[in-house]
Ligand binder design. Structure first.
Ligand SMILES: Cc1cc2nc3c(=O)[nH]c(=O)nc-3n(C[C@H](O)[C@H](O)[C@H](O)COP(=O)(O)OP(=O)(O)OC[C@H]3O[C@@H](n4cnc5c(N)ncnc54)[C@H](O)[C@@H]3O)c2cc1C
Length: 480
């Protein structure tokens, strides 16, 4: 085994050096930073310093609960230069019929290979692991080595790239955001596979993807639905996984996009919009009696939703405020509990909502969401635009950012933004070629299915309804 410094391209005691100069300093080696660096390397001759306070690339996946998987296909996740997974359609399980989804372990191993096999061999990337970015001093960026306590000063000739602006929030990183009485068992999902002995029951706290994964994991491991209680303060609209598929299943995904675009064009108001999107098969609600109020982009299959619906003890009484020895207190009520009961805190938001700012500023790039749901593709296209354009105004026109969604109505804004970005890209032949070829793009390789009658019909529907849909989205956004 090679020493850590050599494996990660660091000269021994790199952090001792007073100053490093580079073209780009990229802060954050998560999915965003890795996709950005990979594409920038391919389309420019620049030198890059990539730093992260974690020990390896991969971002939040390094600390994720062990049973997490991508909720979208691996086929469109990661970096452009290296495939993730084998583009297999799963034959069994609750994802049967859809493209495979990598586990956290696979994703972390993948990013390490990208670093070792694609980035470092270029001789143009230095990776500073375990370095915490601590701000700017006299025009230099300060990076504190966590193991040595020494500070390294980095000067970026072209830009400092903030690839942690949308850093993911995960439960394992912070204590529960509610009071926990001594002796009460409240664990993050990371600790779930380590439990010994059956508790008197399980309470899953949270309504997001982490909570859904936890419920599914418990069911998959034989826990009876009656032993699971689910505290779901706000139900979320769930996107159907068939609508975000690539390659051989892309015609089916485009059919969903066509139905949804038609629905958008015809929607009278927000309620009508979500009814229509549900009828179009894009959205589903876990409980048919409860209209969801949030949208965070979670993708689920029908089989997963059917499983989750087996849990019928759903508590909707607002956010948990305390777990006391006898009761779980919520904003609008309480339910009984006890020390023999296991509470799983799945309340971290995962998506960090921060105000948008221009992606490109003098000496600074802030990688953000352009097309919601395609995190890696957004970072790659931002890098491509940086490598191929000089003017700030032009670069910003091609990369219009949007805030990540939270309320259901935010779907309108993120969809509108994706349509805006797409129409800007369409006017640029080289970007068209880039997006068509990119493995991170859901539409990659669509030409291969040009003779598919379903695709031809869908494309015609899309062409007919795209403009009216965009106009209607604008109207809905203004009235929301
Ligand atoms: C459980 C879970 C499942 C998800 N599943 C999917 C999915 O299936 N598909 C999808 O598209 N998205 C998914 N997401 C969303 C996810 O946020 C993105 O896919 C992506 O991983 C985010 O990458 P990132 O690089 O923006 O953030 P992160 O992974 O959080 O990486 C940011 C990096 O910046 C580093 N950093 C932050 N501050 C500093 C500093 N001061 N100095 C040095 N380094 C710093 C951090 O250490 C971290 O490594 C999921 C999120 C979660 C939490």
């Amino acid at each position: 085994m090679r020493p850590e410094e050599e494996r990660f391209g660091m000269a021994p005691n790199r952090s001792l050096s007073e100053e490093i100069e580079t073209d780009y300093l990229v802060i954050g080696a998560g999915a965003t930073g890795m996709a950005f660096v990979d594409t920038l390397l391919r389309h420019s001759g620049c030198d890059i310093v990539l730093l992260d306070r974690r020990h390896a690339p991969g971002g939040h996946w390094l600390d994720a609960y062990p049973f997490v998987r991508l909720h979208q296909p691996s086929a469109i996740y990661g970096v452009e230069s290296m495939p993730l997974g084998r583009d297999m359609i799963e034959a069994e399980g609750w994802n049967a019929g859809y493209y495979e989804r990598a586990s956290a372990a696979e994703i972390c191993a993948y990013y390490e290979r990208v670093l070792l096999e694609r980035m470092l061999p270029t001789g143009r990337v230095r990776f500073l692991s375990l370095h915490d970015h601590r701000g700017t001093e006299d025009g230099a960026e300060l990076a504190l080595s966590r193991p040595t306590g020494r500070t390294c000063r980095i000067r970026a000739r072209r830009a400092v790239v903030d690839a942690r602006y949308l850093e993911a929030a995960i439960p394992a990183h912070r204590p529960p955001p509610f009071e926990v009485a001594p002796g009460m068992r409240v664990i993050p999902p990371n600790a779930l596979p380590g439990i010994n002995g059956a508790p008197s029951g399980y309470t899953v706290i949270g309504a997001g993807k982490t909570a859904m994964d936890t419920v599914l994991w418990l069911l998959d491991h034989g826990v009876a639905p009656g032993c699971i209680r689910w505290i779901r303060p706000r139900d979320a609209w769930l996107s159907d996984r068939s609508c975000l598929q690539a390659l051989g299943l892309a015609p089916r995904a485009i059919a969903c996009a066509a139905r949804s675009t038609e629905a958008v064009a015809q929607a009278r108001d927000m309620d009508d919009l979500f009814r229509r999107l549900q009828a179009a098969g894009l959205f589903a609600a876990l409980d048919p009696e409860v209209t969801p109020g949030t949208y965070r982009g979670a993708l689920t299959s029908r089989a997963e939703r059917d499983q989750m619906r087996r849990v019928t003890q759903v508590v909707r009484a607002g956010y948990v405020t305390a777990v006391t020895p006898a009761r779980i207190e919520m904003q609008d009520g309480s339910v009984p509990t006890g020390p023999a009961h296991l509470h799983i805190d799945c309340t971290a938001g995962a998506l960090t909502r921060r105000p948008t700012r221009p992606v490109f500023e003098e000496g600074r790039i802030t990688v953000q969401c352009l097309w919601f749901g395609l995190t890696c593709f957004n970072a790659a296209i931002t890098a491509y635009v940086e490598a191929t354009r000089a003017e700030l105004a032009e670069k910003n026109r091609l990369c219009p950012p949007c805030m990540l969604p939270s309320a259901a109505r935010d779907w309108v804004t993120v969809r509108l933004n994706a349509m805006l970005a797409e129409s800007e890209w369409k006017g640029e032949p080289d970007i068209g070629a880039f997006t068509r070829a990119s493995r991170l793009n859901i539409l990659r390789g669509l030409e291969a299915y040009a003779d598919d009658p379903q695709l031809t019909t869908s494309m015609a529907t899309l062409a007919r309804h795209s403009q009216p849909a965009r106009a209607n989205l604008r109207r809905l956004a203004e009235t929301a």
